[in-house]
Design a protein around this ligand. Structure first.
Ligand code: TYC
Length: 116
């Protein structure tokens, strides 16, 4: 015979605020922010040919000839111009591809990304 009286099975111990209901309420309160977006920006310089910049805008940012020429001229006159707005990974990849193409062709073109 055991010393202690036999009790019916007890539920596991839990404090009032640690029940599953509290966890669900907490999860529902945590609002998911939309992902940060990044603009890819081309910078002006005195050496990169205009045609090369127009080609970059067409090839890497899917702009037609007209839009590419407008953006290139804006950069030429104002010092910088936005090529497009993307998620972080896509923006970073575009920057790398543009810089690699510019270096391969021997141009000093600068391309950066910044929070949109
Ligand atoms: N300023 C350059 C030139 O006169 C053209 C140019 C445009 C260079 C845009 C870079 O991001 C640039 N050849």
């Amino acid at each position: 015979m055991p010393d202690e009286p036999l009790l019916p099975p007890q539920p596991p111990e839990s404090k009032p605020d640690e029940g599953q209901g509290a966890a669900v309420a907490e999860r529902q309160l945590a609002r998911t922010e939309p992902p940060r977006m990044y603009q890819v920006v081309l910078l002006n310089d005195d050496y990169t040919p205009m045609e090369f910049v127009v080609m970059v805008l067409q090839e890497y940012f899917n702009r037609d000839l007209e839009a590419s020429t407008q953006i290139m001229l804006k950069i030429h006159h104002e010092g910088r111009g936005v090529c497009g707005v993307f998620s972080k990974d896509v923006a970073a990849t575009k920057v790398e591809l543009v810089l690699a193409a510019a270096r391969r062709s021997g141009h000093p073109l600068q391309c950066i990304m910044e929070v949109a």
